[in-house]
Every structure is written in structure tokens, then in C-alpha cells.
Ligand binder design. Structure first.
Ligand code: C2O
Ligand code: CU
Length: 574
């Protein structure tokens, strides 16, 4: 992992405790120092918050069954939380790190220790700050390997390679809370912009490979607001996991990842000794409403052992999909299936207890005319003083309403209507409130997420905290229960924590609400969070203490602290 100019020592250490019953369970302990540092990925020095001075932040390696302990010491000037994206947090909902949902933020000069078990999932996930925009620089990988007694359900790779895709702005990231977020200036691969950008010519990600060997690529899209295509010249890859769930091996020459998604894929160095570029490029599922910067691609280089820059031909360049190539994006997203019978696979529950139909899109706030996000015509407002889960746990009234509906208030032609004067009848004006949906413990929930054409059309990557869902189907147009229900995959559907709801289309999700607590369900385009494209599920307690939400840890951050800004030389004058 490349480190920044002002690198601070990573104080990470691992304590391994051998339990008599589980041979490999360990406690993995890290310290995250969050500090503002100066970096210069392109031409200008910028002050950004980082974890331990590096971009991307430190990689956490655990084995399934381990306990992870992360001490977060906030020496930055920002309020932060750290969210463990995709981790089930079974019985540890207070550790989810969702700002004002499960905790108040960790204020500058305060600390908080996250502690939770990682059980029943293997693969690559990411951790990131969960306070608007800060995840742009506060993110990193969480790699969950099988317990030592188990193996990967695919041939053991020669080496493992981490590829973190990021978005970069020539400005102080803290200022990005200005809406709408400006267009980014570059993408980064593992913190490097590569040779297509000014002042970055010699800072390109390079992967050395040995001909004939197979590598496990652990890929994640940590960009704030961009779906990304990824492709390697002359090579296919074989997808073996998505969002830390094993898949049926799926061969592809190109990938598409939404913000928050991860893919594990095998790459065999089966081409002639030489050099091959890997490219990332934005996938624009939306109407093109804004100009794009000249460089919308970033590249890294795969160098075969024995290849020399002077020898033979120049490095091969992949032929990338067009920026709006919905067919390619949809093919990759929807064709992946789960590895039935593989580690941690559980069959799809056939009985559904709770059926929801949720429209996702935009609208306008009637009084102000501002753009609002909309889920079933509600715009979610984050609680200001008490986190939702504390309000729920302590029965504090007035923080939220338990009235998120199972259907939108109106039915209309969501995907195909032509804009006209009739907006009022098409849920043009969502209501701003903190509306949640309560689910009984262990109920099976099915959600049809229906994208609408109100204001824009684009793919929203919907992310559920605390659970993986089965993705039973993807489609375009309006979901038709008679026609489309028959086509759903109940045998080997992919499981994910983040799904690309196609532009003007739908997905069908199913999950079992077996984890008590309060869980966000939201669009993972960071820019859509302040628009309130969010709701939350309260999963009620089960019958036993074991299946009940426990009291919060005593050191959970509080919102009422008097905050004195530390005297650092942070330059906010951009
Ligand atoms: Cu990766 Cu609620 O987020
Ligand atoms: Cu969105």
C-alpha cells in the first residue's frame, strides 16, 4: 500500500488468543489515528483527514470467527464514525458506526473503541467513515479469510492483490458537503492517479505478475459517487465472491462496481510476457446532466516478470465500454449467482412474512423548491440530538415515527411517464421526516425496489446495514408481480449488501430480520445521503436475552459535548 508524504506510524498490532473450543478464533486489534495530513496526489498540496496517515487507510486482515477491536482516536478536526460496511454485526448493532443511527459521532479529540465478532462471511469488505463526504478519504479494506481449518472454495491463488478504487477532488474534502458535490478531478487506484493525470506521471499503480500464476484480486469501489467499470487488457477474470459472499465462478472481461460493492476475482497471468494496462472508468447510468472532466479514466499497469519497457511492444490497452453502456453494466451485475453449498450458503427462505414495494428516486421540497431524495415519498431526516437506536432502546419519543409504508402512496407509471404538469400525482413532493419500518424478529422480508423517473433517471446502489440480502431478480420498466415474480431466482441468487437498482428498473430483495437493532437502508451514492435517500429498519427483539438488543457500551459517544476546536494549522481556505 502506498503511503502519503506525511506518514504516521501505524500502531497496529494483533493479539492472538487461542480458545480451546475454536482453534483459530483470535482477537485482532488495531489503532486508527484519525489526523489531518497534507497530501499531493495531483499538482496541489491538500489537507485531508486520514487514518494513520495513509490513503487508502490501513488494511484489516481477519479470519472468519475472529473478534475485531479498533480503537479510533480522533485527532482530526471532523466529527467521525467508522462503519464496517457489510459486516453483519450480529448482536453488536451499537458497533455499526452509522452516524446518528447507531451512535453520535466521535468528536475531535475523543476516542471510541469498536469491538465485534465477524461470523458467517468471507471475502473483501470495506470500512469507511459514515459522516457525509468523509468516507472520500477515510476508508480501507477489511479482508476476511477462512478459518485456518477451512479453505477457499477455489484453487489456492499464488498471491492476493488489493485494488481499492477511489475518487479525488482538487479541494479540501471537508468542503464537499456543499451540494451538489462537484465533479471529481481523478480516480485513484490504491491512492495513485497514474500517468493520465498531470503531476502524477510517475505515480501509477503497478502489479508484477509471474506468467502462469493465478492471483486473487480483491477489488472494491470506495468512490463516493461513481459506478465504475474495470477492465484488464487481454485478460479475463473469474469472479469468485461479491460483497464477501462466494459466487459460482463467473468469467468476464469487464466488471462494474457501484460505490460500496466489492468483487473477489481470480486473474491468471496467461498471456505473453509483456505489459497490460488495467483501466477504471466511470459508468454513467444517468442522463448526462453535467459536463465531464477530460480524463474519466485512470489506469494501472500489469507487468509480467521478464518484460522490459525497452523490449517488444508497448503495453496493451483494454477497449473500455462506453460511459453509458447499460447493457454491459447490467450483464455483469445481474448474471452473478451464489455458490450453492459453499461456505456459509443458506437456501432462500420460501415463505415471506413482510412484502414491501419501495420506490426510489427524487422529488422536490415544496416550500423551498430544493431537491429531495424519496423512498416511498418520504425524505429521511437524520435525528439531530439522539441517535435513532438510543431513542428506540430508551423509548425516547419524538425522535422518529414508525410509519414507513409498505407501498408508495400512489401508483403510476414509475419508469415510463413523460414529465408534464401532473407531478403532484406522481409523488413529486416527498415529506421530510424520520420515518422507519419495524420488523418482527426473524421475519422474512421481501422488498421490490422500484426506480422512478422523477427528476432524474439513474441507477441507485441500495445498501442495507446488518444483513446480506438475496437478489432474486433485476429488471427494467415497472415491476409486474404477475409477470416478473415467475422469473425470480430462488435457487442460487446472488447475495449482496449493495445492489445496483437499474435506471428505470427494479430489483427484488429478500432477507431474514434475525438481528435486533436499527439498520439503515440507503443509497450508497454519497451525494444522495444529504438528500435523504434513506430509511431504517428497527428489528425487534427475539424471545431470549441472546436474541435481544443489549444496552449500549458505556463509552458510546454522546452528542452533547461542548466542542472546542483544536488549535491546528488546518487550512480551510480553498
Ligand atoms: Cu457503506 Cu451506510 O454505508
Ligand atoms: Cu442514489
Amino acid at each position: 500500500m502506498p503511503h502519503l508524504d506525511h506518514y504516521l506510524a501505524i500502531q497496529a498490532f494483533v493479539i492472538v488468543l487461542l480458545f480451546s473450543s475454536i482453534a483459530s478464533a483470535a482477537i485482532v486489534e488495531h489503532v486508527f489515528h484519525v489526523t489531518n495530513v497534507l497530501v499531493k496526489p495531483l499538482c496541489k498540496e491538500q489537507m485531508i483527514p486520514t487514518v494513520n496517515g495513509s490513503l487508502p487507510g490501513p488494511t484489516i486482515n481477519v479470519r472468519e470467527g475472529d473478534t475485531l477491536v479498533v480503537h479510533v482516536i480522533n485527532n482530526s478536526t471532523y466529527n467521525i464514525t467508522i462503519h464496517w460496511h457489510g459486516v453483519f454485526q450480529l448482536k453488536s448493532s451499537w458497533m455499526d458506526g452509522a452516524n446518528m443511527i447507531t451512535q453520535c459521532p466521535i468528536e475531535p479529540s475523543y476516542n471510541f473503541t469498536y469491538r465485534f465478532d465477524i461470523i458467517g462471511q468471507e471475502g473483501t469488505l470495506l470500512w469507511h467513515a459514515h459522516v457525509v463526504n468523509l468516507r472520500a478519504t477515510l476508508h480501507g479494506a477489511l479482508i476476511i479469510r477462512p478459518r485456518s481449518t477451512h479453505l477457499y472454495p477455489f484453487p489456492k491463488p499464488y498471491k492476493e492483490v488489493l485494488l481499492i478504487f477511489e475518487q479525488w477532488w482538487n479541494m479540501d474534502v471537508g468542503l464537499l458537503s456543499i451540494q451538489p458535490a462537484p465533479i471529481s478531478d481523478a480516480y485513484l487506484i490504491n491512492g495513485l492517479a497514474g500517468d493520465l493525470y498531470p503531476c502524477s506521471k510517475n505515480r501509477m499503480y503497478k502489479l508484477k505478475v509471474v506468467q502462469g500464476k493465478t492471483y486473487l484480486l480483491r477489488i472494491m469501489n470506495a468512490a463516493l459517487n461513481k459506478h465504475l467499470f474495470f477492465k484488464i487488457a487481454n485478460h479475463n477474470v473469474t469472479v469468485v465472491a461479491v460483497d464477501a459472499v462466494y459466487t459460482t465462478p463467473y468469467v468476464s472481461d469487464v466488471m462494474m462496481l457501484t460505490p460500496g460493492q466489492s468483487v473477489d476475482a481470480l486473474l491468471t497471468a496467461d498471456q505473453a510476457i509483456g505489459m497490460y494496462y488495467m483501466y477504471i472508468k466511470s459508468y454513467n447510468s444517468a442522463d448526462q446532466v453535467s459536463p465531464f472532466p477530460p480524463n474519466t479514466t485512470t489506469r494501472g499497469l500489469i507487468v509480467y516478470e521478464g518484460a522490459t519497457s525497452s523490449s517488444s511492444s508497448p503495453a496493451a490497452i483494454p477497449l473500455m465500454p462506453e460511459m453509458n453502456d447499460q447493457t454491459t453494466a447490467h450483464r455483469f451485475s445481474s448474471n452473478i449467482t451464489s455458490l450453492v453449498g459453499g461456505p456459509h450458503w443458506t437456501p432462500v427462505p420460501r415463505h415471506v412474512d413482510e412484502t414491501m414495494f419501495v420506490t426510489v428516486g427524487f422529488g422536490f421540497d415544496k416550500p423551498s423548491g430544493e431537491v429531495d431524495g424519496s423512498l416511498n415519498n418520504y425524505t429521511f431526516v437524520l435525528p439531530k440530538t439522539v441517535p435513532l437506536q438510543e431513542a428506540y432502546f430508551y423509548n425516547i419519543t419524538g425522535v422518529y415515527t414508525d410509519d414507513f409504508p409498505n407501498q408508495p402512496p400512489l401508483r403510476f407509471d414509475y419508469a415510463n411517464f413523460e414529465p408534464r404538469t401532473d407531478y403532484e400525482n406522481m409523488m413529486m413532493y416527498p415529506e421530510r421526516k424520520t420515518s422507519v419500518k419495524t420488523l418482527g424478529f426473524n421475519t422474512t422480508v421481501e422488498i421490490v425496489v422500484q426506480n422512478t423517473k422523477i427528476v432524474t433517471k439513474e441507477s441507485h446502489p441500495m445498501h442495507l446495514h446488518g444483513f446480506n440480502f438475496y437478489v432474486l431478480g433485476y429488471g427494467f420498466g415497472n415491476y409486474d408481480p404477475t409477470r416478473d415474480a415467475r422469473t425470480l431466482n430462488l435457487v442460487n441468487p446472488q447475495m449482496r449488501n449493495t445492489v445496483a437498482v437499474p435506471s428505470l428498473g427494479w430489483v427484488v430483495l429478500r432477507f431474514i430480520a434475525n438481528n435486533p437493532g436499527v439498520w439503515m437502508f440507503h443509497c450508497h451514492m454519497d451525494a444522495h445521503l444529504p438528500f435523504g435517500m434513506i430509511t431504517a429498519f428497527i428489528v425487534l427483539n427475539g424471545p431470549t436475552p441472546e436474541t435481544s438488543l443489549q444496552p449500549p457500551p458505556s463509552n458510546l459517544p454522546q452528542c452533547s459535548r461542548i466542542y472546542q476546536p483544536p488549535t491546528t494549522n488546518v487550512d480551510l481556505s480553498y
